[in-house]
Design a binder for this molecule. Structure first.
Ligand code: MG
Length: 257
């Protein structure tokens, strides 16, 4: 009679350990740790600060120029010039608010791939046509491969066209969908690694977190800057929290461990 009880005890122990693992979300710095000294959103300096504080991940935005060069920038325009209609040479001398030159994805990955502790959360922004979006997915994958950073990059996108193309071109790529309109089952059917939704989407669909986990998907939530929402996300067992306040969240996690 002893063995079944021993097995039950071991099972319970494993369950408790699994629950604990789920209870500690990973911290992702949104557009890098851009509030730190000398940084600005999507700058290499912001990536360096995210690495310095030991963030699990550092998120950044990618758009592709008219001549096929991927650059790191959030807005689809720079100085009134639409990035996807403008050649790289007309943008490369643009300076960010912290004085850095506008980083290309290649330059950005050079810094990101030099270390192994902070994952690179690469968002491909929406472009104006499915053709351009598929091309952006192909170009981003090629740059990551060139930097030998495949194991360090997760991809995110609001566009299911981009996300689907990433999965099609590289079935090993970890792709998370941002737009909030797919149930976990739909995200799974698209081949995504998880959902990465605004916290209000998850609050309005409270079953989605457990449903995602039961399907083997991971859950990321954005952009969580207030402490009460951080606490909510921690309590929900969400796997990743994307925030503009990564040190604040780290401190909170240390307190709740
Ligand atoms: Mg982004």
């Amino acid at each position: 009679m002893k063995k079944p009880y021993a097995l039950l005890g071991l099972t319970l122990l494993l369950l408790i350990n699994t629950a604990n693992a789920q209870d500690t979300p990973h911290v992702i710095a949104h557009r890098g740790y851009w509030k730190a000294e000398g940084a600005t959103q999507n700058s290499i300096r912001a990536l360096q600060h995210a690495i310095r504080i030991g963030a699990y991940g550092s998120e950044f935005d990618v758009l592709v120029t008219a001549d096929g060069i991927p650059i790191v920038n959030h807005d689809n325009q720079i100085d009134g010039q639409k990035i996807e209609d403008t050649p790289y040479k007309a943008l490369r001398h643009h300076r960010l608010a912290n004085g850095e030159l506008l980083p290309s994805l290649r330059q950005y990955l050079r810094t990101g791939a030099r270390q192994q502790n902070t994952r690179l959360i690469l968002e491909i922004k929406t472009h104006s046509s499915p053709e351009k979006e598929k091309e952006a997915a192909r170009i981003a994958l090629a740059e990551v491969k060139r930097a030998k950073a495949q194991d360090m990059v997760d991809y995110i996108s609001f566009s299911s066209c981009i996300a689907d193309e990433l999965v099609r071109l590289d079935p090993n790529a970890r792709v998370f969908y941002l737009n909030g309109d797919f149930s976990p089952a739909e995200a799974k059917a698209h081949g995504y690694a998880g959902i990465d939704y605004h916290y209000n989407v998850l609050r309005h669909n409270p079953t989605w977190i457990d449903e995602a986990h039961q399907l083997g998907l991971e859950v990321n939530v954005w952009t969580v800057n207030q402490e009460d929402i951080m606490r909510w996300a921690i309590d929900q067992g969400i796997d990743y929290i994307t925030t503009d306040e990564p040190e604040h969240l780290q401190a909170l996690l240390n307190l709740t461990e």
